[in-house]
Design a protein around this ligand. Structure first.
Ligand SMILES: [Cu+2]
Length: 154
C-alpha cells in the first residue's frame, strides 16, 4: 500500500509539472506576436521570362531507343519495351565472335543488321506497331543457344 501511494504521488507530481509546462508554453506562444521582421522578399515572381520558344521538333510519333548488348549466347534489351513508331536499336557485340540482330514479328522480318564483329556496334531503325516481337541473332545455331529475347511495343 505504501509503495502504491508513493508512486501515485510521483505520477501526480509529474502530471502537475506537465500541466504547468503546458500552461507556460501556451502563455509564451500567445505573447510572442511580436513581428519578427523579414518582410518575405517576394520579388514579384521575376521568373516570367516570356521566351517560350519551346522548339519541340519531331512532333510526329513517339520514338524509342533501345540499347542492345549481345554475346555468346544472350541478347539483352534495355529497356525491353518501346513505343509504337520508329524504334532505334543501338547494338553492341560484347562477345568474342560475330553476331547480328534481326527483329521478327512471328516469322516476318522487320529489320536486320549485317554481321557485327566482336567489340563493334551497329544501329538498326525499324518501324514497329504495337505487339510482341522476337529479337534474335541469325548466325547459325545462335538463336537455339539462347540469342532470342522478347520486345514489347505499346
Ligand atoms: Cu550470335
Amino acid at each position: 500500500m505504501k509503495a502504491w501511494s508513493r508512486s501515485f504521488a510521483k505520477v501526480a507530481v509529474a502530471l502537475a509539472a506537465i500541466a504547468v509546462l503546458a500552461f507556460a508554453l501556451a502563455a509564451c506562444g500567445g505573447s510572442s506576436s511580436s513581428s519578427s521582421g523579414s518582410s518575405s522578399a517576394s520579388s514579384s515572381a521575376s521568373s516570367s521570362s516570356s521566351s517560350s520558344a519551346s522548339s519541340s521538333s519531331s512532333s510526329g510519333g513517339a520514338s524509342s531507343t533501345i540499347s542492345v548488348t549481345e554475346k555468346e549466347y544472350h541478347i539483352t534489351l534495355s529497356p525491353a519495351t518501346a513505343k509504337a513508331g520508329e524504334v532505334t536499336f543501338n547494338i553492341k557485340n560484347t562477345g568474342t565472335i560475330d553476331h547480328d540482330i534481326e527483329v521478327l514479328q512471328g516469322t516476318t522480318s522487320k529489320g536486320k543488321t549485317s554481321l557485327i564483329s566482336p567489340g563493334k556496334t551497329a544501329t538498326l531503325k525499324v518501324n514497329l506497331s504495337a505487339g510482341t516481337y522476337d529479337v534474335i541473332c541469325t548466325v547459325s545455331g545462335h538463336r537455339a543457344l539462347g540469342m532470342d529475347t522478347k520486345l514489347t511495343v505499346q
